[in-house]
Design a protein around this ligand. Structure first.
Ligand code: TMP
Length: 221
């Protein structure tokens, strides 16, 4: 028997492909929650603790000593879940317990999209890790959706040194996007899909409107 998966009303995640405008959006959500008088812990994945940030660097920006060794898809999945295990226990659970909101730039949906869709790993294995290692589902997940070409063009203008994942080909990102969209379609209660092809300020405004709606419905109580 696997452990249970509980949806927590004060855990909010932001998801999306490359170049979707997550940074502007997350800052706008942060400001919105604070304006409502809430304590907000703003964090990210992979990362959010010193150890998890080290793991992030291993996965995304391996140094010279290890860069030549191909990282297997399986090791990549287990590394992001190792980081997540720390993040959940050191940061997310304590914050939720004391009544704060946790706003995370990416969460488990990214593993389904990147390691499941992108790398082709079995979603049932990811679901098992999710139940055993995480045990938590966000109350609200904002998915910034943009077609791969547009996202790519934006990210290319920004990143001089693309990381391991940013260096993947378009078909990888098509699969990532397809899984994100599929998950949003399967769980419309939790997901809010936002059109991220719009200008960044418009995307941020849409995202904030969805958060306001979520709060008004008493869902973040
Ligand atoms: P970002 O924070 O700039 O979006 O970079 C994080 C990268 O890590 C992004 O390419 C997606 C990837 N990632 C995974 O592959 N799996 C995961 O579970 C998470 C959280 C992120």
């Amino acid at each position: 028997m696997s452990a249970a998966l509980l949806r927590h009303p004060r855990l909010i995640s932001l998801e999306g492909g490359e170049g979707a405008g997550k940074t502007t959006a997350i800052n706008a959500i942060h400001a919105c929650l604070r304006a409502h008088g809430h304590e907000v812990v703003l964090t990210r994945e992979p990362g959010g603790t010193p150890l998890a940030e080290r793991i992030r660097a291993l996965v995304l920006k391996p140094d010279e000593a290890i860069a030549a060794e191909p990282l297997s898809a399986e090791a990549e999945l287990l590394l992001v879940f190792a980081a997540r295990a720390q993040h959940v226990r050191q940061v997310i659970q304590p914050a939720l317990r004391r009544g704060a909101f946790v706003l995370t730039d990416r969460f488990t949906d990214s593993s389904y999209a990147y390691q499941g869709g992108g790398r082709g790993l079995d979603a049932a294995w990811i679901a098992d890790l999710e139940r055993r290692v995480v045990g938590l589902l966000p109350g609200l997940t904002l998915l910034l959706d943009v077609d791969v070409e547009t996202g790519r063009a934006r990210a290319n203008g920004r990143d001089l040194w693309p990381d391991r994942i940013e260096s993947e080909q378009d078909d990888f990102f098509q699969r990532v996007r397809a899984v994100f969209r599929e998950r949003a379609q399967q769980d419309p209660q939790r997901f809010a899909l936002v059109d991220a092809s719009q200008v960044q300020q418009r995307v941020a405004a849409d995202v904030v409107a969805r958060v306001e709606q979520f709060l008004q419905n008493g869902e973040g109580a």
